[in-house]
Design a protein around this ligand. Structure first.
Ligand code: RB5
Length: 152
């Protein structure tokens, strides 16, 4: 299955479930399948549980990509980056989203639902999806990063 048809795995906590629904609808409108790991409403949850679910699924697959959303994006990015093979990038602006793909080949995009609005978030998603990884020296740097393995 090529990456275009591989579902994007998405997860959030209570601080960003509205944004998750908006992002999910946008991806589906673009014809990109979505695997939604929740949460599905405003009841308070531990973002780590949802971040770990998405990060584990991305870490296991070859062409897998994920999107994680919480209040700031900080907790989700900290959680996801505990998993070997995950390169989660907290991007609350367009430039970071472009560079996160171009130089870091981020396989999980993280955003903060209490930091940015829905329109910017959708723009960030598109920038991340549409930017190509440059490879070359950036691939070597990722390889160096991967030598540290799980939890250092
Ligand atoms: C939840 O209140 C909040 O702590 C969470 O969404 C996130 O911002 C954590 O980093």
């Amino acid at each position: 299955m090529d990456q275009e048809n591989t579902p994007i795995i998405i997860g959030c906590d209570h601080a960003a479930y509205g944004l998750k629904d908006r992002v999910k609808a946008h991806l589906e409108e673009k014809g990109i399948p979505v695997e939604d790991k929740g949460t599905f409403g405003p009841a308070s949850v531990n973002y780590v549980d949802y971040g770990a679910m998405v990060a584990k699924a991305v870490a296991r697959g070859t062409d897998k990509r994920g999107i994680l959303l919480c209040g700031t994006g900080i907790g989700m990015s900290m959680t996801a980056n505990r998993f070997t093979g995950v390169r989660a990038a907290l991007c609350n602006d367009l430039f970071s989203a472009i560079m996160a793909k171009k130089h870091n080949n981020a396989n999980i995009l993280v955003m903060g639902g209490r930091v940015i609005g829905d329109v910017l978030a959708i723009g960030i998603v598109d920038a991340w999806l549409e930017t190509e990884f440059e490879g070359g020296r950036h691939q070597e740097r990722i390889h160096t990063m991967d030598q540290f393995g799980s939890k250092g």
